[in-house]
Design a protein around this ligand. Structure first.
Ligand SMILES: [Zn+2]
Length: 585
């Protein structure tokens, strides 16, 4: 037997799940899913012919019954590992074709957030949504929760009257047992997704509908109106879109990420609705994942850069064609600053700054940083700059064709690149080295250089008046710390940054201000931490508050007060960071 994924009990000598039929009732009163998962098994290996075992991943599930091909099957639920959850081991009869598991989820399922009406934008109805990446699908259903296994699915999802249910799949029309869905393409478990809330829809493109709570619908439709242009640009670069629809769903403010590339139904944080279309980069990112990540998938979280580095590269290839190189470089500069902040944070754990990780026994959410995204991007950019842009684009298309609907390790990617683009870069240094290689590509453009040249001075009013949100972000990301108190006060009084309505500007401003001891920004930071649950905002702000002895207690109090509003993933990640800050005092 072999367990190739350090975060899954899947044994690669056993049969694999090829199709899921999922029958789910969402009980908002008990905050549980009452469900039956039928897993159809593929691969008629020796084990399956002779009968044998099937090991599945679960977390906090109550297993009611298990049958295999219609007859009761013996099963054993193992002890709960804090990172992995519990192994569900099922004894299979000879040549078993399917197992059927009746079970209930726990109210503290790590995938699911059951929002009360007060936690939604409109405040009228409850809202349920899932976030299965990284290893949370197992808290929603028993499954081989590794990106190396892909399955198609159909589902029936019952939700209370007045709520609309959506999944990462095509709607198959309402049936007797609630909303019905079908995903014909094989996906890894982390791309399974569901949501239910008081939702309305608006068409914003020939293959795109945006779903949102009624009060946010018009603003969301305006903000994301460019979706078809992004799709068309991506198709020109990477080939046909494989997922039929590209619908969008705006989540409640507690959503822990910017977006999630769930097939056919991209999840987006409402913090992207800035009113100026300045943050649709995230939409380009999630659409790019339709190729890099969803079509070709990292084999495990030890190779997460294979999803994220390729996707940042693809996102910037798309935006370069849509808004030009100059503006795209501004965004790459903000990404570089985020990466450098994470490299500083991880200075004592250099093994987490490698692209090739070894996360055995480590919670992948807690270990997650900009390294997979931005160092992965710089790796690919280094190859592209060495090999030439056109040649690299050809390589990228060959890569997508070669591994389509499959999963790959970083080693396999590098072997593929070495063969086609030999000597382009020092592949081993990029894959296995910690930190950034000395010759990492420099981000530069005339627009960017003009902002960077201002350094730690306040921009002149006529200069700032002409700035886009991107230029403000680059400026703030490059400010410090430490930033002189006088400059912070001057910037704030001149440009009202503490009151900025652009969440990215606010995040960078508050981070710079808190890291430099500018206490006037503390109330705004606490207010933001109470309103949103996006980890990109929570991490730097909680870190900054916890680092400063004057606000350390406030950070803990703010977390205790707000944690009930955060998604379980955000609670785990921020809880771990605060106790680490506490321990390093
Ligand atoms: Zn991504």
């Amino acid at each position: 037997m072999a367990r190739p994924d350090p975060h899954s009990f899947r044994d690669d000598t056993q049969p694999v799940v090829g199709h899921l039929s999922w029958d789910v009732r969402a009980d908002f009163r008990t905050r549980t899913l009452d469900a039956v998962a039928e897993l159809r098994l593929r691969s008629a290996g020796a084990t399956r012919r002779a009968g044998g075992l099937l090991d599945l991943d679960t977390r906090d599930l109550t297993i009611v019954s298990v049958t295999a091909d219609g007859a009761d099957a013996a099963f054993e639920l193992g002890p709960a590992d804090p990172v992995m959850g519990s192994r569900l081991r099922i004894a299979l009869p000879a040549a078993a074709a399917a197992v059927r598991i009746r079970y209930r989820t726990s109210p503290c399922s790590t995938a699911l957030q059951w929002c009360s009406p007060e936690q939604t934008a409109d405040g009228t109805h409850p809202f349920l949504y899932s976030q299965c990446q990284t290893i949370h699908a197992r808290s929603m259903l028993p499954v081989q929760d590794t990106p190396a296994v892909r399955f198609s699915y159909d589902a029936a999802l019952q939700v209370p009257a007045g709520l609309t249910a959506l999944m990462s799949a095509s709607a198959a029309g309402p049936g007797e047992r609630g909303f019905r869905f079908e995903q014909r393409q094989a996906i890894p478990a982390y791309l399974l997704a569901l949501a239910a809330g008081r939702l309305e829809r608006r068409e914003i493109g020939p293959r795109s509908t945006v779903w949102a709570e009624p009060s946010q619908l018009a603003a969301a439709a305006w903000e994301f109106a460019g979706v078809e242009q992004i799709l068309a640009t991506a198709e020109k670069l990477f080939g046909p879109y494989a997922w039929a629809r590209a619908d969008l769903l705006v989540l409640p403010p507690s959503y822990p990420y910017g977006g999630m590339e769930n097939p056919q139904l991209i999840f987006l944080t409402p913090t992207l609705i800035a009113g100026d279309r300045s943050l649709v980069t995230v939409l380009a990112h999630e659409i790019a994942h339709a190729w890099t990540g969803n079509l070709v998938t990292a084999a495990s979280l030890d190779h997460f850069w294979v999803n994220e580095g390729f996707t940042i590269f693809a996102e910037r290839a798309i935006t370069t064609r849509m808004i030009g190189r100059d503006l795209t470089e501004l965004r790459a500069a903000v990404g570089r600053a985020d990466l450098e902040a994470d490299l500083r944070y991880l200075a004592g754990q250099p093994e987490l700054t490698r692209l090739r990780l070894d996360l055995s026994g480590i919670d992948p959410d807690v270990a997650s940083s900009h390294v997979a995204l931005e160092k992965g991007y710089l790796f690919l950019r280094a190859i592209a700059e060495s090999a030439g842009a056109e040649r690299f684009l050809g390589f990228l298309r060959d890569y997508l064709a070669a591994f389509r609907f499959g999963s790959v390790t970083g080693e396999e990617v590098v072997a593929f690149a070495r063969e086609r683009l030999p000597g382009a870069v020092d592949y081993d240094e990029w894959l296995y080295g910690s930190g950034l290689p000395a010759g990492a590509p420099a981000v530069s453009s005339p627009l960017l250089d003009a902002v960077v040249a201002i350094g730690q001075a306040a921009p002149e009013p006529d200069v700032a008046a002409a700035w886009s949100a991107d230029e403000w972000q680059v400026y703030l990301a490059g400010l410090g710390p430490p930033v002189p108190a006088g400059l912070l006060a001057e910037l704030d009084s001149r440009y009202q940054l503490t009151a900025s309505s652009n969440p990215e500007i606010l995040r960078l401003w508050l981070t710079a201000a808190l890291n430099s001891g500018y206490t006037a920004a503390v109330p705004a930071a606490v207010d933001l931490l109470g309103r949103v649950g996006r980890l990109k905002f929570l991490k730097p702000l909680y870190d900054a508050l916890a680092r400063n002895p004057d606000t350390r207690v406030l950070a803990q109090e703010c977390f205790e007060r707000s944690r009930g509003r955060y998604h379980p993933i955000a609670v785990t990640v921020i809880g771990a960071r605060l106790s680490q800050a506490d321990g390093s005092r």
